[in-house]
Design a protein around this ligand. Structure first.
Ligand SMILES: Cc1ncc(COP(=O)(O)O)c(C=O)c1O
Length: 371
């Protein structure tokens, strides 16, 4: 009965695509431990060192955490929610100067919920080819049509808009700001010009930029001064904020629409109150003091040729990528091989993600090994 599954797994193994979950012994804001072996963690999205940070956890639990429970027990539309949920939504709406905000349980929930519901039968979505799986999955569930433009290629986007926009009622453009596996940054200024020219709704996923870019840490849109031109801006709390969950902020009519129509919001138990309180506490108390550290991290990345804190080292071949990760492991660096289907075939890579805890000196030997 299970033969077809084991055959698929065999094929994955033959192509060095087989994935397993690594069991580590412990983790802190900078290192990961396998038994006695300590490695510099270059494979996390803990960009500000706020996750797995004992000092931060203790401070939160002493000051705020004790008041909140570990289970919400229902979806928000079923039972309602404690004030802290609305407080976090209002805080984000104020920071972004938007009319309303909605929390989701994760970035995956947010993107699936938004991109599956935002386009109706006569509508169309234009999506960057390298957008995250959660956006693609959502579009596949959508009743609308979707087109994928070449990665960060504004000519490819405009060509599609020119050809297809007129055939649909609503049109939506969706892109990440910092691309998760390549670390490059979308050309938001041109995308905004095109959005205006072709009368589109613009959705930006700032998953990897929230907490990292901009003076207040709101993302690339803040850095470029274009927040007002974005109809729906998505951010996640599971990365730089060191927490869990996500948000979307924008016009009230769109947020109300998502509350009523995005199924990943409607049909899932809300995150625990303690988690929501932690996220709010982090944004209020920790984000404001990170600017200099973030700049320093981005300067290190720039020297390595990356526009962001995510530095892809593309090796190409799956097996060679796995081998390089093993060599790095032996030398005290924790990285994981990123292979298809996460990235296109033939572009397997080591994705190095910097955090504010990592110094230039920590990385010296790494670059020597990678060459
Ligand atoms: C661009 C992008 N959006 C959304 C997500 C999903 O966010 P979460 O991990 O909070 O589900 C990710 C996560 O890897 C991502 O890279």
């Amino acid at each position: 009965m299970y033969e077809s599954y084991s055959n698929i797994l065999k094929t994955l193994e033959e192509h060095s695509h087989f994935r397993t979950i690594k069991d580590f012994t412990k983790k802190d804001e900078k290192y990961i431990y396998f038994g006695e072996k300590r490695l510099l963690n270059l494979s996390s999205n803990n960009y500000l060192g706020l996750a797995d940070n004992r000092r931060i956890t203790e401070e939160f639990m002493k000051t705020v955490g004790g008041k909140y429970s570990f289970g919400s027990a229902s979806a928000r539309l079923l039972t309602g929610s404690l004030p802290v949920y609305k407080e976090l939504e209002d805080l984000l709406a104020t920071l972004y100067n938007k009319e309303a905000t909605l929390l989701y349980n994760s970035g995956y929930h947010a993107n699936v919920g938004i991109s599956s519901s935002i386009a109706q039968k006569d509508d169309v979505i234009f999506s960057d080819k390298l957008n995250h799986a959660s956006i693609i999955d959502g579009m596949q569930l959508s009743q609308g049509k979707f087109f994928r433009y070449q990665h960060n290629d504004m000519q490819s986007l405009e060509k599609l808009l020119e050809r297809e926009r007129k055939n649909y009622k609503n049109a939506i453009i969706i892109t990440e700001s910092v691309f998760s596996m390549d670390g490059d940054i979308a050309d938001l200024k041109t995308i905004i010009e095109l959005k205006k020219k072709y009368n589109c709704i613009l959705i930006i996923d700032e998953a990897h930029a929230f907490g990292v870019f901009g003076e207040k840490g709101l993302g690339v849109a803040e850095k470029l001064g274009v927040i007002d031109d974005i109809d729906l801006l998505v951010g996640t709390f599971g990365k730089a904020a060191g927490s869990m969950g996500a948000f979307v902020t924008g016009k009230k009519v769109l947020i109300d629409f998502l509350i009523n129509k995005s199924r990943s919001f409607i049909f899932s138990t809300a995150l625990p109150p303690i988690n929501i309180a932690f996220t709010k506490w982090i944004i209020e108390n920790k984000f404001p003091h990170t600017f200099e550290k973030r700049q320093n991290m981005l300067n290190i990345a720039k020297k390595m040729g990356s526009e962001s804190h995510i530095i892809p080292v593309i090796i190409g071949d799956n097996q060679k990528t796995v081998e390089m990760c093993n060599i790095l492991y032996e030398n005290g660096y924790f990285t994981l091989p990123i292979r298809p289907p996460t990235v296109p075939e033939g572009t397997s890579r080591i994705r190095i993600s910097l955090t504010t805890e990592i110094t230039e000196k920590d990385l010296e030997n790494l670059w020597n090994i990678i060459g």
